[in-house]
Design a protein around this ligand. Structure first.
Ligand SMILES: Cc1ncc(C[n+]2csc(CCOP(=O)(O)OP(=O)(O)O)c2C)c(N)n1
Ligand SMILES: [Mg+2]
Length: 551
């Protein structure tokens, strides 16, 4: 076997069955080796950000890594944002980057660059350039082990062309997964003490604590001991809908987090971080936990969240307590002129059973979570690292991981353009994805941020940097050009019809919703004032305001 063939066998033996790729000359032996391995599915992406984001979406749903194949430092750079999002979401990815052969490096040819330095940002714990064909598969095993540990990681294996083409590759076996540690007795005792002595205790669930076993255990604790449940703002994968517990989302807007946590005196973290502001703002705090609140950790990201929560259930004697679960409750189908809110309402009305709902709708999705809360059971996937362009590639990967589940991806118009090539992969792979693009012809959220940061004067040149008018993009035509059935809607009735059609026919589909900005005009002008006033209002008033701004 050559190196690439042995590498391919090692991947497949470890259960890695999909490779999202965008190759070049240095990866040709790897590409050739694909044919010898029927268990490896190869999915071509037309931009590296699609390949990396698809691997992220795949692993979130398959609970195991895919491989990514990228072309040297330039390809890795193009794929960076979505590797960053995977890293922040603690998602396992085996990231293989081809390189020049070892003795070619000295000549500093056109594509030569410092790949390890580029990789370190997203793979702080595993970057390795394989030095020989004989060692390649051991390096691969180490990369897989690093990727699929707790927390999940992006492991980058750099593959020089001669290591790939060299003879004498020896496949290697990945050891079984080690048992993960659960909360220590000290962690349990601290949580029990906080719950027993605290007046108002909350638990913040993140990462893997947003899956059913953890959520159910947490909901028992909530019902038994009066603990309030929160979930982190941007879940990697939240299992929700009918029959599931209903933790409250920690708000995106920092001022509103202050309102949520104002009276909490103990906050127990489970595979999550204490809330911090997404951005810094002049004169505002970054760390959002009130000084009067004590923070405890029941399970770190290295610990097994579900096992730790179950141990706490036992310690509290909460096992026989019935958890509070979501009841069925869908919105009616919307009517009249289309708005972003009505699109979310229509999705809430039609979302099929067992769907995967991907939310990168930015301002247009403000009501998505509340509109879909009482839908049948589904998984909810969000932008974990803030690098936009994740949703469409995530949809590609999720649909490949779960071919029997309908995938709905709700995406902002600006956001969609970062990785719009995903549509081609959806058509090429015949994936059952329904994409809804909110065409508000704006980077609308940045208009809100411009008001919030307190910029002195806002002139035309500044506003032009946030405006997608002239030309307004025609997404339904873009979709058609890449082989995806596309339709443009501008009334609620057309939106309903398009969703009915998409639910009755296998995808991929794209529905382009022409909508006004969700937060504009007077609403946008007064929002910063409302936010600034929240700390000075009685808690009941600021909570009522919070419900209006971010339900
Ligand atoms: C990779 C990356 N580039 C730029 C940004 C900054 N950014 C955040 S949101 C946004 C625009 C989103 O626009 P759109 O998807 O149309 O949503 P809308 O604000 O209109 O709801 C931009 C450019 C980012 N977060 N990530
Ligand atoms: Mg927009």
């Amino acid at each position: 076997m050559n190196g690439a063939q042995a590498l391919m066998r090692t991947l497949v033996d470890a259960g890695i069955e999909v490779c999202f790729s965008n190759p070049g000359t240095s990866e040709m032996h790897f590409v050739a080796a694909l044919d010898g391995e029927p268990k490896m599915r190869a999915v071509l992406a037309l931009f590296e950000g699609v390949a990396t984001g698809a691997a992220d979406g795949y692993a979130r749903m398959a609970d195991k890594p895919a491989a990514v194949l990228l072309h040297l430092g330039v390809g890795l750079g193009n794929g960076m944002a979505n590797l960053h999002n995977a890293r922040k979401g603690k998602v396992p990815v085996v990231n293989i980057v081809g390189d020049h052969s070892l003795d070619h490096v000295q000549y500093n040819a056109q594509l030569q660059s410092d790949i390890e330095t580029v990789a370190r940002n997203v793979s702080p714990n595993f970057v390795r350039t394989s030095q020989s064909t004989a060692e390649l598969c051991n390096d691969t095993v180490d990369a897989i082990v690093a990727a699929r540990g707790l927390p999940g990681q992006v492991a980058t294996l750099i593959l020089p062309a001669d290591v790939s083409w060299g003879k004498g590759g020896v496949p290697a076996q990945v050891p079984p997964q080690p048992e993960h540690h659960i909360a220590s007795q000290e962690q349990i005792d601290a949580a029990v003490a906080a719950i027993k002595k605290g007046k108002k205790v909350a638990m913040l669930l993140g990462g893997r604590a947003l899956r059913e076993p953890s959520l159910m255990a947490a909901a028992k604790i909530a019902a038994h001991s009066g603990v309030k449940l929160f979930h982190e703002t941007f879940p990697t994968r939240l299992e929700r809908g009918v029959g599931m517990p209903t933790p409250e989302k920690v708000a995106y807007l920092a001022e509103l987090v202050g309102v949520q946590l104002a009276d909490i005196d103990h906050l127990i973290l489970v595979d999550s971080k204490a809330p911090v502001s997404f951005f810094a703002y002049p004169g505002k705090k970054s760390y959002l936990v009130p000084d009067s609140c004590q923070v405890h950790s029941l399970a770190t990201e290295e610990q097994d969240a579900a096992g730790s929560l179950r141990k706490l259930v036992d310690a509290l004697g909460a096992d026989n307590t019935a958890p509070k679960l979501q009841k069925p409750n869908r919105p009616s189908s919307p009517k009249g002129k289309l708005t972003a809110e009505k699109v979310c309402q229509a999705v809430g009305h039609y979302l099929p059973e067992n769907a995967i709902l991907i939310d990168e709708a930015i301002t247009s999705g403000l009501l998505l979570q509340s509109m879909t809360a009482g839908c049948p059971r589904h998984d909810y996937i969000t932008l974990t690292g803030g690098g936009i362009g994740q949703g469409l590639p995530n949809a590609v990967g999720a649909a490949i991981a779960c071919p029997d589940r309908p995938v709905f991806a709700l995406i902002g118009d600006g956001t969609s353009m970062y990785t719009i090539q995903s549509l081609w992969s959806m058509a090429h792979e015949e994936l059952d994805v329904t994409v809804v693009i909110f065409n508000n012809a704006s980077y609308s959220v940045l208009n809100i941020e411009l008001e919030r940061v307190g910029a002195e004067k806002i002139g035309e040149k500044a506003l032009s940097q946030l405006d997608l008018n002239g030309p307004v993009i025609n997404f339904s035509q873009l979709a058609q050009s890449m082989g995806v059935h596309g339709t443009r809607v501008s009334t609620a009735e057309e939106m309903n019809k398009a969703l009915e059609y998409a639910s009755s026919q296998k995808g991929p589909h794209l529905i382009e919703a022409i909508v006004p900005e969700a937060v504009s005009g007077l609403k946008r002008k007064i929002l910063p004032w409302i936010l600034r006033s929240t700390p000075h209002l009685p808690l009941s008033v600021s909570r009522a305001l919070k419900k209006k701004v971010a339900p």
